[in-house]
Design a protein around this ligand. Structure first.
Ligand SMILES: Nc1ncnc2c1ncn2[C@@H]1O[C@H](COP(=O)(O)OP(=O)(O)OP(=O)(O)O)[C@@H](O)[C@H]1O
Ligand SMILES: [Mg+2]
Length: 221
């Protein structure tokens, strides 16, 4: 599904990533760890082609970083759901409107929008917040909405950048469990995290970034 081959990325002559090579299969669950500034967010942005490598090649499905035309980027990004530490919900829109927005941008028929929103809010366990505004939700609830938004177009891969960074340990664990549940239905998940407690609660594969080099720390059991 995803293949990094000798990927290098430089920022203002700093080598953030050097010859990074790894792959992810359909349905895999992987953690990405590394100190602050080690390049985790950079690597995630390369996956959804928000950044482009300076050397090497990234292949996601049938898209290559060497060949992709900018006009095809929206199609690629539709296959990837993205989750951030700070949720990135639209504050002056309700939860329903936040989710409808994503479906409207991919021209979902009006009849299907309500049905799909009801489905995903049920999956993440916050159907009762459909008419609320983001500011009326707790951090954990907001992250559930962000997960609903990430899965609403049925992506192949979910990329999560510190999804529990703003949450207490109990809520972090619930969010991890929710991402595992989504993974169990076949969606691949890649989580960049500092949260070592979460790693202990899982036997998933772990990749580590250090000095621009990506190492396989633990293979899934
Ligand atoms: N647009 C940018 N502006 C400033 N610095 C950048 C930018 N892009 C990358 N960098 C630099 O790249 C390096 C890697 O940053 P990145 O955000 O990927 O690290 P990270 O592992 O996600 O860190 P954190 O754990 O703090 O989120 C840092 O040294 C950062 O300063
Ligand atoms: Mg980061």
């Amino acid at each position: 599904m995803l293949e990094f081959s000798d990927v290098g990325f430089t920022y203002h002559s700093d080598h953030i990533l050097r010859s990074v090579t790894f792959g992810m299969k359909y349905g895999e669950f992987v953690f990405l760890i590394g100190k602050s500034g080690s390049g985790k967010s950079t690597l995630l942005q390369l996956i959804y082609f928000n950044l482009m490598p300076d050397s090497g090649e990234i292949i996601f499905e049938n898209y290559s970083s060497r060949l992709i035309k900018p006009s095809l980027l929206p199609l690629l990004r539709r296959k990837i759901g993205i989750i951030f530490q700070d949720f990135k919900l639209i504050e002056d829109r309700t939860i329903y409107e936040n989710l409808a927005f994503v479906l409207e941008t991919v021209n979902t028929p009006a009849k299907k929008i309500k049905k799909r929103i009801t489905e995903v809010l049920g999956e993440v366990g916050i159907s009762h917040k459909i008419k609320s505004y983001p500011k009326e939700l707790s951090g954990g609830e907001k992250q559930r909405v962000a997960i609903a938004r990430a899965i609403i177009n049925e992506p192949l891969l979910i990329v999560a950048d510190e999804p529990t960074g703003n949450l207490d340990p109990g809520t972090s664990f619930e969010i991890l469990e929710l991402l595992k549940k989504i993974n169990n239905r076949g969606t691949a998940v890649l989580i960049a995290t500092h949260n070592y407690e979460l790693l202990k609660k899982s036997s998933a594969r772990i990749l580590q970034l250090e000095n621009g080099i990506l190492k396989e720390v633990r293979n899934s059991v």
